[in-house]
Design a protein around this ligand. Sequence first.
Ligand SMILES: [Zn+2]
Ligand SMILES: [Zn+2]
Length: 240
Amino acid sequence: MKYQLETIPVWKAIEASAPCPLCFLADQLESQYVRFYVGDSVMTPEIRVTVNRTGFCPRHFQLMNDAGNKLGVSLMTATHIESIRERLRDDSRRLIRLASRRSPRAAKAYRATVAEMEARNRSCLVCDRMDHTMRNYAYTLARMYGDESAFREAFDASSGICIGHLPFVCEVARDSLAPRRREEFFAALFEIVDRDLEEIHGDLGEFAERFDYRNSRPMTEALRNVVPRAIRKLTGRLLV
Ligand SMILES: [Zn+2]
Ligand SMILES: [Zn+2]
């Protein structure tokens, strides 16, 4: 894909001092896209067609249902079901035809049909749009780190990104930065992440020590939150 620079949101995410700027941006995008698909725009024919074809994953269907516009969601789900039924009719015709055939070719076609059904179950308009925009954000972060000294300073002083987003950023940077830039960015990124992990690890030790009744030092707010902070660092936004 051709990446686009999105400097304003990425700067805002760094300024927000979130534990991971990409988790922060993903949260924003998710609510924005969920709002979009439960809003009026979903009634326009072009959007209807894409909704009918792609649908939503369990998480995003649930978030849309929770967003409040029950009538909008019911209308959209009804037309999506019509389109699903049509495709299931094709699947069933194909599977029934292949069910009793023993040739390797028939077995391959059978597996391909099942794989297609599975892929359809996983497809999600919100996830697709988020993935596209998040790639631009990760690209912007890597580029700004190389191009803007103010951004580099701010990022160096931050806690970096979560471990959940680390492979994603490395993949995008591999595709989009010149080798020299990539080298510098990776070296800095892993160092920042490791520094934060070291700090969290130290705080976890301190947290456990202060549980001991012989330890008279009080539990601080930062220590009280260290376990969720550690989990968020390790997994990103979905589990906490
Ligand atoms: Zn993250
Ligand atoms: Zn989704």
